[in-house]
Design a protein. Structure first.
Length: 306
């Protein structure tokens, strides 16, 4: 009686094959590993080391003048009112900007997926255009539009309203900057949500319709639960962007008026420009910590459901 099972290959015979596979894998990974090491790992470790010193711009010619000061840079940061204000502003960017950007992106994705399918391509291109448009050009247009004598105030004057100084008012500058961030990023959220909606099988919606489920019921019970992985992805991407927001406040207001729109990234850039490299490195690690905290919180909240 012959056995139908193939003979087992001894372990010592499998080792050369595994070794070849390992070598091939490392050959393909090597370019990325080298780039990641040179441009991510090394700068991160160096920045962490700088944050524990009193490194100044004048010390670059004589690095032996640099002293190790431990966490003194971090202590001075959290005793600085401007830096604390920048943290508050950054959190406002996240708390307000992320939900509104997701809401706008999801609403447009629903419209493109259900209501205006015939012109989906042109509308998708138009809505995504702000993402790829030069931010400097966009900021110049927004500065002109929200200037004291700009387009927005001219429109308000046509209906008998006196327009405020949008970018010069401490209470109004932040909403304008957040609005620019939303306008710049809703296209990314829209495309990701649209891809998630198109991945939902039509049979599921048809079966729900036969059972008498209305549009809102299908949205709440089918679309949103199946989109939880996409919602998690969009939420993390937008949170990371808003925690590192720099272009919008820098180009529109320069962080003013009275530091009302200054973000942590902008504060880090300013300290680097002043030559305070140790303080700037410490501030950059505060940003990294905030990003990690928000990412972990979102994974804990949404990943089990997704």
């Amino acid at each position: 009686m012959t056995s139908s099972f193939a003979p087992r290959v001894p372990r010592f015979a499998q080792r050369p094959r595994r070794a070849r596979h390992t070598v091939v894998a490392w050959v393909f990974l090597a370019p990325f590993a080298v780039i990641f090491l040179l441009f991510t790992v090394v700068p991160t470790i160096s920045s962490l080391a700088f944050s524990l010193t009193d490194l100044q711009g004048t010390d670059l010619r004589n690095p032996f003048n640099v002293d190790f000061i431990g966490i003194d840079n971090y202590i001075s940061l959290f005793g600085n009112k401007i830096f604390l204000r920048s943290i508050l502003n950054t959190l406002i960017f996240v708390v307000v900007g992320v939900p509104l950007t997701m809401l706008v992106g999801f609403s447009l994705a629903l419209a493109l997926n259900n209501g205006i399918r015939r012109f989906r391509g042109p509308f998708r291109t138009i809505f995504y255009a702000p993402v790829v448009t030069n931010i400097v050009a966009i900021a110049l247009i927004w500065q002109y539009a929200f200037n004291q004598d700009g387009t927005v105030n001219n429109l308000l004057s046509n209906i008998g309203l006196a327009g405020p100084n949008w970018l010069g008012d401490e209470n109004l500058a932040m909403p304008v900057v957040i609005l620019l961030g939303i306008w710049r990023n809703f296209g990314t959220a829209m495309l990701l949500f649209l891809a998630g909606l198109q991945a939902v099988p039509e049979d599921v919606y048809e079966a729900a319709s036969i059972d008498g489920a209305g549009w809102l019921r299908r949205l709440w019970s089918i679309s949103l639960p199946l989109l939880l992985p996409t919602i998690l992805l969009v939420s993390i991407l937008l949170s990371t962007f808003y925690l590192q927001v720099f272009d919008e406040p820098y180009l529109l207001t320069g962080g003013g008026p009275l530091n009302s729109t200054e973000s942590v990234a902008l504060y880090t850039y300013q300290q680097f420009g002043f030559g305070n490299y140790g303080v700037s490195s410490a501030a950059s690690f505060v940003i990294l910590t905030l990003v990690a905290i928000f990412a972990i919180a979102q994974f804990r909240l949404l990943r089990p459901r997704a």
